[in-house]
Design a protein around this ligand. Structure first.
Ligand code: 5GP
Ligand code: ZN
Length: 118
């Protein structure tokens, strides 16, 4: 599996850095964000190092990983009791505000969120 030893999320995937893991499948891991912005704030992360969702969608021709991220979102929403809803966000690149260069989707919920994104 493609991993980058200098990437914090690869280190979490490898068990070399601590994290609060809430879900794991063959291709995806999910753990709580270090700086939560809502009662539930989980990061859905492919285990292989791909820099962003844009990159991942470009090389994942059969959408296997993209789909696995959405399946993970559903599983985490269920286990976190987010029956009233939640939000998925993926920041892509510099203008998208991405700060960690390993694909991740934020799952945020546990309180009513504003319909406004910004
Ligand atoms: P981005 O800004 O790239 O969309 O999101 C990166 C997220 O990763 C941020 O919400 C930040 O709090 C989180 N984060 C950064 N480093 C770590 C870490 O070492 N552990 C965990 N659990 N989250 C991290
Ligand atoms: Zn990585």
């Amino acid at each position: 599996m493609n991993q980058d030893p200098n990437c914090i999320f690869c280190r979490i995937v490898a068990g070399q850095a601590p994290s609060d893991i809430v879900y794991e499948s063959e291709d995806v891991i999910a753990f709580r964000d270090l700086h939560p912005v809502a009662p539930t704030h989980v990061l859905l992360v492919p285990k292989c190092h791909v820099t962003s969702l844009h990159e991942l969608a470009g090389r994942d021709e059969r959408s296997t990983l993209a789909a696995a991220l959405l399946v993970a979102a559903r599983a985490v929403a269920e286990s976190e009791g987010l029956g009233n809803g939640y939000r998925l966000i993926s920041n892509v690149g510099a203008d998208g505000g991405q700060t960690v260069g390993h694909t991740h989707v934020h799952l945020i919920g546990g309180k009513p969120l504003s319909p406004r994104l910004l």
